[in-house]
Design a protein around this ligand. Structure first.
Ligand code: NI
Length: 136
């Protein structure tokens, strides 16, 4: 079994809040990310897949095709968007790093299979100091 990772970046706006709470309670729980007028992050996404090396190509997966799948399924839907308002696969979900990792996993699991590999890990960092990892 071998693992390979593709790194991608995107930026997006969000607000962490629960509509049934007032701004004060949201600030208490979500901190600066609860700012009512939105804010953005420069996200870094690491998509790790696993499988066996194809002896014919020496590749586990064609990284160009993997990158294209990530673009179609994730980046085109997220990049320069407001995650709360514009991203279909994040509807009715608090746009935390954790929930983004899970949603991106769900977006990519099937496309990665079609490339002949298995999704291993979605790692996403919201800031230099915070990242989440999801292994399914
Ligand atoms: Ni934030």
């Amino acid at each position: 079994m071998i693992y390979i990772t593709r790194r991608e970046t995107f930026n997006a706006a969000h607000r962490l809040f629960k509509p049934q709470w007032d701004d004060e309670k949201n600030l208490q729980v979500f901190g600066k990310c609860s700012n009512p007028n939105w804010h953005g992050h420069n996200y870094v996404l690491y998509v790790s897949v696993k499988g066996e090396v194809d002896p014919e190509t020496g590749f586990l997966v064609n990284l160009k095709q993997l990158s294209q799948a990530i673009k179609t399924e994730v980046l085109e839907k997220l990049d320069h968007k407001n995650i709360n308002l514009e991203v279909d696969f994040m509807k009715n979900t608090i746009p935390s790093t954790e929930n983004l990792a899970i949603a991106i996993w769900n977006q990519l699991q099937e496309p990665v299979k079609q490339l002949g590999a298995q999704l291993h890990c979605i790692k996403i960092s919201e800031t230099e100091n915070n990242f989440a990892e999801y292994y399914g």
